[in-house]
Design a protein around this ligand. Structure first.
Ligand code: GUN
Ligand code: ZN
Length: 434
C-alpha cells in the first residue's frame, strides 16, 4: 500500500455507543455527504466532505461513490469455518444435527489441503458479505487453524480463531485428549497469537464434549496467556442443557460449569445463551463475558428466541453471530433481518441503530477490540464497507421512498445481503469488489 492517503466520499454512518445506554440519537454519527480519509491502513479523518476536502493535500486520491453508504466492516462474533460446506442441512435439532451432519463434515479437515481450500472459500465469503473480523471455530485438527490463519494473514485481516477441544461424547475420529488439546492449542497460540492482526481463541466445543480435565486445561491456558480469547457454546438447546446438568450434577447450572473452570472473563464469548436465567446474566456481566446472538441459527435449529432485553437489563455484552453452518447466511445484514423477527416474536422492537451497533461496535466490544475496530473513529483500523443503495431493483425502488437515514438503514437490513456489499476494505486495502 502506498503511504499516500486515500479518501472515500459517500454517505457515512457509524456507531458511537450502545443505544440502550445513551439513547438512539447519541448512539451514532451520520454524514450525508461524508469523507473517510485513510492513511497507512488506519482511519486518519472522518467528517463532512465540504469541510475535509479543502484540508487534504492536492495529490490525495478521492474515490467518490454515488448512492452508497460507508459503514464499519461487520463483525461476526460466532462462526464455524469447517461447516461452510454443510450449511442448510435438513431436519434436525442441535444434538442430532451435530451427529448426523456436523461431525462427518468436520472429519474432512484432518486433510490440510482440504482445509486450505475451504479456508480460501470461507474468507472470500466473509469479505463478499462485508465481514472484516470474525471469531471462528476451527475443527479439532490444528491444521484447520493453520489454514485459516495463513489465508487471513495473506489478506491482513483481523481474525480470531482456535482449534476445537473435544475429548468425549464425539466420534473417535474427531476427539483429542485433554493433554493433546492443551499442547496443540499452546503450539497454535505460540505460532499465531499476536502475529499481525491475528488472535487466538481457546475453543472447547461445549461442556458435553469436554472432560473436566480438558476444561481445567482450557482454564490453565487462559491463565498462561491472559490476552487470548475463550470461545464456546452455552445454553442453546433445552436437551443440551439437560445433558450438561446430568454430566456435571455438582454444578449449579450450565454457565457454572464454565465458571468453575475459570473460563469467564473479558475475552470470553459464549455463543447463543438462548435459555439463560437472571443469575447467569448477572454472572456474565460481572465477569465482562459476552454472548453471541445468532438468530438465523436459533431459528434454523429450532433452539429458541434470544432474550436481548434481558441481556440489556443485566448489561451483558452482546455481539451478533451467523453461526454458519447452523446459521443460514454469511450476511450480517441478513442476520439482522432475522434478529428483528426474533424480537418481534417476543413483543420487542429492534431499533435499526441498535442493529448497526450489534453488527459493528457491539461486536468489537464483545471482543474487547473497540480500540481497533467497530467504528470509523480516527486511529482505528481502516476496515469498512461500501453498501450500494442500488444493489437490486427492489432495494433501489424502496430506498427512493425513504425519508431518513433510520429508514434507509432499516430497509438495508431487511432487504440486504451479499449483493448489497459493493466493496470491502481491510486495513485500508480493497479486499472485495462486487
Ligand atoms: N454446540 C456444540 N457444537 C455446536 C456447533 O457446531 N454448532 C452449534 N450451533 N452449536 C453447537
Ligand atoms: Zn456454533
Amino acid at each position: 500500500m502506498s503511504a499516500k492517503p486515500n479518501a472515500y466520499r459517500a454517505a457515512i454512518l457509524h456507531s458511537l455507543d450502545d443505544p440502550a445506554e445513551v439513547g438512539v440519537e447519541a448512539s451514532y454519527q451520520y454524514f450525508e455527504d461524508g469523507l473517510l480519509v485513510v492513511e497507512d491502513g488506519k482511519i486518519s479523518a472522518i467528517g463532512h466532505a465540504s469541510e475535509l476536502l479543502p484540508t487534504l493535500p492536492t495529490d490525495v486520491n478521492v474515490v467518490h461513490y454515488q448512492d452508497a453508504l460507508i459503514t464499519p466492516g461487520f463483525i461476526d462474533t460466532h462462526i464455524h469455518f469447517p461447516q461452510t460446506g454443510m450449511i442448510g442441512s435438513y431436519g434436525e435439532q442441535l444434538l442430532d444435527w451435530l451427529n448426523t451432519y456436523t461431525f462427518p463434515c468436520e472429519r474432512q479437515f484432518a486433510d490440510k489441503a482440504h482445509a486450505e481450500q475451504v479456508a480460501k472459500r470461507f474468507i472470500k465469503e466473509l469479505l463478499r458479505n462485508g465481514t472484516t473480523t470474525a471469531l471462528v471455530f476451527g475443527s479439532v485438527h490444528p491444521e484447520s487453524v493453520d489454514a485459516l490463519f495463513e489465508e487471513a494473514q495473506r489478506l491482513d485481516l483481523r481474525m480470531i480463531a482456535g482449534k476445537v477441544m473435544m475429548d468425549r461424547n464425539a466420534p473417535d475420529y474427531l476427539t483429542d485428549t485433554a493433554e493433546s488439546s492443551y499442547l496443540q492449542s499452546k503450539a497454535l497460540i505460540e505460532r499465531w497469537h499476536g502475529k499481525g492482526r491475528l488472535h487466538y481463541a481457546v475453543t472447547p466445543r461445549f461442556a458435553p464434549t469436554s472432560t473436566p480435565e480438558q476444561l481445567a486445561l482450557a482454564g490453565q491456558l487462559l491463565g498462561e496467556y491472559p490476552d487470548v480469547y475463550l470461545h464456546t457454546h452455552l445454553s442453546e438447546n433445552l436437551k443440551e442443557i439437560e445433558w450438561v446438568k446430568a454430566l456435571f450434577p455438582e454444578r449449579k447450572g450450565y454457565l457454572d460449569v464454565y465458571d468453575h473452570f475459570q473460563l469467564l472473563g473479558q475475552r470470553s464469548v459464549f455463543a447463543h445463551g438462548v435459555h439463560l436465567c437472571d443469575d447467569e446474566c448477572k454472572r456474565l456481566a460481572e465477569t465482562g463475558s459476552a454472548v453471541a446472538f445468532c438468530p438465523t441459527s436459533n431459528l434454523f435449529l429450532g433452539s429458541g428466541l434470544f432474550n436481548l432485553p434481558q441481556a440489556e437489563q443485566h448489561k451483558v455484552k452482546v455481539g451478533l453471530g451467523t453461526d454458519v453452518g447452523a446459521g443460514t447466511s454469511f450476511s450480517l445484514l441478513n442476520t439482522l433481518n432475522e434478529a428483528y423477527k426474533v424480537m418481534q416474536l417476543q413483543g420487542a422492537r429492534l431499533n435499526p441503530f441498535k442493529s448497526l451497533y450489534l453488527a459493528t461496535l457491539g461486536g468489537a466490544r464483545a471482543l474487547c477490540l473497540e480500540e481497533r475496530i467497530g467504528s470509523l473513529s480516527p486511529g482505528l483500523d481502516a476496515d469498512f464497507v461500501v453498501l450500494d443503495y442500488n444493489a437490486t431493483p427492489l432495494l433501489s425502488y424502496r430506498l427512493q421512498q425513504s425519508k431518513s437515514i433510520e429508514e434507509t438503514l432499516f430497509v438495508l437490513m431487511t432487504l440486504g445481503d451479499d449483493r448489497t456489499v459493493r466493496e470491502t476494505f481491510a486495513a485500508g486495502r480493497s479486499v472485495h469488489q462486487r
